[in-house]
Design a protein around this ligand. Structure first.
Ligand SMILES: NC(=O)C1=CN([C@@H]2O[C@H](COP(=O)(O)OP(=O)(O)OC[C@H]3O[C@@H](n4cnc5c(N)ncnc54)[C@H](O)[C@@H]3O)[C@@H](O)[C@H]2O)C=CC1
Ligand SMILES: CC(=O)C(=O)O
Length: 317
């Protein structure tokens, strides 16, 4: 399964794919980076442009625009291809179009002889991760959706900003669908081992209404950004980079990826955002947090919405 050097293949070099490629290059995460897009000129132009930054990169990276055959020796294939949301559209609105696109893409990846880990970012990410698992025949551990990594990052940033603490010291998770039914796990949110409610000791202006507004801003961030600039890409690029490092560096990092549930949280046969330990083999295990009753009910609702949306699409394939 391992290639001699690390190779990452990016399928879809639009806003998300090209931003992720730029982030990879900047941090010198992989020795080889191949860009693949149905729009060959876009992939070729991106490869040229990225190569021109190499003299200033921390390490050498071989970057080229390629074809699916180049996935054969890839350690990770990251799929960011497909339609994105237009203003007013939900992620779930993209399900039929992107599932059709994915059937072709995953067939091509697997035909190359690929035997690594597939990471999915395209929306609706939880459902497409399930589709990739089905289409590819790969073990569930080796199909990973970006899930709520980005939402968790947004949550940590906004909480850190509110409490005037570095977001890297905020430990708080968003779980569930990467979309409108996601939920914050307030019952296990802490800053440096101190529960959020205890932070009144350090910051007197503490108001539940502010915290509720923080979650709404997390949940609706994509809508706000898409309204202003048409797409979101830097946050997800950094999220995908973090996940890539966790895999290639065998970090056993805890990230809220879209992982397969097989009884965890009382759920089966679904990919959904939950904290999980990620390493060189993919998802090592799902971490089952002890949710309170309200969180359990919201998580169950998120699962229900995903399963209802997925059922006709998966049945057709
Ligand atoms: N999971 C997350 O947190 C996030 C997910 N996204 C999702 O990422 C996806 C991509 O978004 P953008 O980059 O903004 O879109 P984009 O339209 O800029 O890029 C999509 C790229 O996919 C390519 N493509 C389309 N069909 C293809 C095929 N069959 N084979 C190969 N390439 C193909 C297009 O040519 C284009 O270059 C969307 O579904 C978007 O909703 C975006 C931000 C965050
Ligand atoms: C577009 C999207 O899924 C996001 O920015 O969260």
């Amino acid at each position: 399964m391992l290639s001699r050097v690390n190779r990452v293949a990016v399928i879809g070099t639009g806003f998300v794919g090209s931003s992720y490629a730029f982030a990879l290059l900047n941090q010198g995460i992989t020795e080889e980076l191949v860009l693949i897009d149905i729009n060959k000129d876009k992939a070729e132009g991106d490869a040229m442009d990225l190569n021109h930054g190499l003299p200033f990169a921390p390490t050498s990276t071989k970057i080229w625009h390629g074809s699916y055959a180049d996935c054969d020796e890839a350690d990770i294939v990251v799929i960011t291809a497909g339609a994105n949301q237009k203003p007013g559209e939900t992620r779930l609105d993209l399900v039929e179009k992107n599932t059709r696109i994915f059937k072709g893409i995953v067939g091509e990846i697997m035909a190359s002889g690929f035997d690594g880990i597939i990471v999915v970012a395209t929306n609706p990410v939880d459902i497409l991760t399930y589709a990739v698992w089905k289409f590819s025949g790969l073990p569930k551990e080796r199909v990973i959706g970006s899930g709520t990594i980005l939402d968790t990052a947004r949550f940590r940033f906004l909480l850190g900003d509110y409490f005037d603490v570095d977001s890297r010291n905020v430990h708080a998770y968003i779980i569930g669908e990467h979309g409108d039914t996601e939920l914050p796990v307030w019952s296990h949110a802490d800053i440096a081992g101190t529960s959020i409610s205890e932070w009144t000791k350090y910051k007197h202006k503490y108001d539940q209404a502010d915290l509720d507004a923080i979650f709404l801003n997390v949940r609706d961030a994509a809508y706000q950004i898409i309204e202003k600039k048409g797409a979101t890409f830097y946050g997800i690029a950094m999220s995908l980079l973090r996940l890539t490092k966790a895999i290639l560096h065998n970090e056993n990092a805890v990230l809220t990826v879209s992982a397969y549930l097989d009884g965890e949280y009382g759920q089966k046969d679904i990919f959904i955002g939950v904290p999980a330990v990620v390493n060189r083999d993919g998802v090592r295990e799902v971490i089952e947090m002890d949710l309170n009753d309200e969180e359990k009910q919201k998580f169950e609702h998120s699962v229900k919405v995903l399963k209802e949306t997925m059922a006709p699409v998966v049945a057709n394939d």
